[in-house]
Design a binder for this molecule. Structure first.
Ligand SMILES: Cc1ncc(COP(=O)(O)O)c(C=O)c1O
Length: 410
């Protein structure tokens, strides 16, 4: 007779094998590519050689900038590997304080607090700042970290309500806010949360309209600008700058250091000093999880300094985006209209998106195909991402490879 433990392992092995075999036979199994060397406009993929990279969030090309790398090395030398502690015990270095001031100044808000990822920041913000009787209202296409952060918050704070509005549909948001007003269980504060740049569509949250609606309904506005910071607005402050808003007109930002701002890892919450103090005092990820490694903190700090001093980086990215979007359209692909660096080409079926992505890789162009469950079934896409590090030759090779694909698939 098998023991209970063995039965459990056998059941688990069978269940897992069936899921993985299903993915394999449906052409949906993801294969991770190993990169030998730093991130850049062209990269070395093991077993493939040099390819042009159009699927990194390295929007400003800072991930391998010599000063960013040097700052990380210095951080490692000065502070060692890490804090070996959560921050309120003995885990806050000067590098964390410095980075948090830099982020707050850059965004134009009072304070910020860093985490090992934006995912963790999203787990912290709602569960800490929202209370029973509040309602969190989310755009239906918000990033998974917002969705899971809200779900977790509703478990931690029983009586915290949540709702969803149709993507960027301001009329529907008003309806949800009206319904909340007349809901007797809604006794607290409404919170509206949106991505600044939607990661799969590459379109913008309508922050100007959202601010006006939030003011009308006495709601807090939270913006995850992970794909907008360093990319949008004249000086790369983010999507609020694109819409002519001050940082202080967004109640709280969440964001990542793992994309334009150095590309290592890390996330943050930024906003009012009182709100950040609440995160420090009460946030569960704050109280029970280690700090961002200082090497990453120092690299990110340098990346923001470089961006602050070189707004021409943002202009180069904008020019590259305009060139690539025009080229992709001219060969007959439809790309969702927007000024962001995310250019999604919808192909429908997940297996087709993965197959097309493999064909592009065979042509030396690295673009990932996204399908279910990352995007809704039937809306699989090739997501092309543009960087300020790309030169025209990279963009031309991308467009030529897509033209080949178009010829073959129609
Ligand atoms: C909109 C958005 N928010 C948050 C994240 C997560 O960021 P991090 O990698 O820092 O957890 C991502 C990453 O894909 C994202 O696209």
């Amino acid at each position: 007779m098998t023991t209970t433990h063995e039965s459990g392992s056998i059941a688990f092995a069978n269940r897992t094998a069936s899921v993985l075999e299903g993915l394999e036979s449906g052409g949906q199994l993801k294969h991770l590519q190993t990169i030998d060397g730093p991130m850049g406009p062209s990269i070395e993929i093991r077993g493939r050689g040099t390819v042009d990279c159009f699927c990194s969030n390295n929007y400003l090309g800072l991930a391998n900038h010599p000063e960013v790398v040097e700052a990380g090395l210095k951080g490692l030398e000065q502070f060692g590997a890490g804090t070996a502690s959560v921050r309120f015990i003995c885990g806050t270095f000067e590098a964390h304080d410095r980075l948090e001031s830099t982020i707050a100044d850059f965004l134009g808000v009072e304070a910020s607090y860093t985490f090992v990822s934006c995912w963790t920041a999203s787990e912290a913000i709602f569960g800490t700042l929202c209370e029973p009787g509040d309602i969190i209202i989310s755009d239906e296409l918000n990033h998974a970290c917002i969705i899971d952060g809200m779900r977790l918050a509703a478990v931690i704070k029983k009586g915290l309500l949540k709702s969803v509005y149709r993507h960027s549909d301001m009329g529907h948001l008003r309806e949800v806010l009206e319904a909340a007003r007349s809901n007797p269980d809604m006794t607290g504060i409404p919170w509206v949360v949106t991505d600044g740049v939607f990661s799969m569509e590459g379109d913008l949250g309508k922050l100007d309209e959202l601010r006006a609606i939030c003011d009308e309904y006495g709601a807090m506005l939270v913006v995850d600008d992970s794909h907008g910071t360093g990319v949008m607005g004249e000086t790369g402050r983010g999507t609020h700058e694109h819409f002519g808003l001050k940082g202080s007109q967004v109640d709280f930002f969440t964001g990542t250091l793992g994309k334009a701002l150095g590309g290592g890892a890390g996330g943050y919450i930024a906003g009012s000093r009182a709100g950040i103090e609440m995160i420090i005092q009460r946030g569960r990820p704050t109280l029970f999880s280690n700090a961002l490694p200082t090497t990453v903190a120092c690299s990110a700090n340098k990346a923001i300094e470089l961006l602050d001093k070189n707004p021409d980086l943002v202009q180069k990215l904008r020019d590259n985006v305009a060139y690539a979007r025009k080229g992709i359209r001219e060969i007959g692909f439809e790309v969702i209209e927007s000024p962001t660096a995310i250019c999604p080409i919808i192909v429908g079926d997940t297996a087709k998106a993965i197959a097309m992505s493999n064909e592009l890789l065979d042509m030396g162009v690295f673009v990932i195909g996204f399908g279910f469950p990352v995007v809704p079934e039937g809306t699989a896409r090739l997501r092309v991402q543009i960087s300020a590090a790309h030169e025209q030759e990279h963009l031309d090779r991308l467009i030529a490879a897509l033209a080949e694909l178009k010829k073959k698939h129609g």
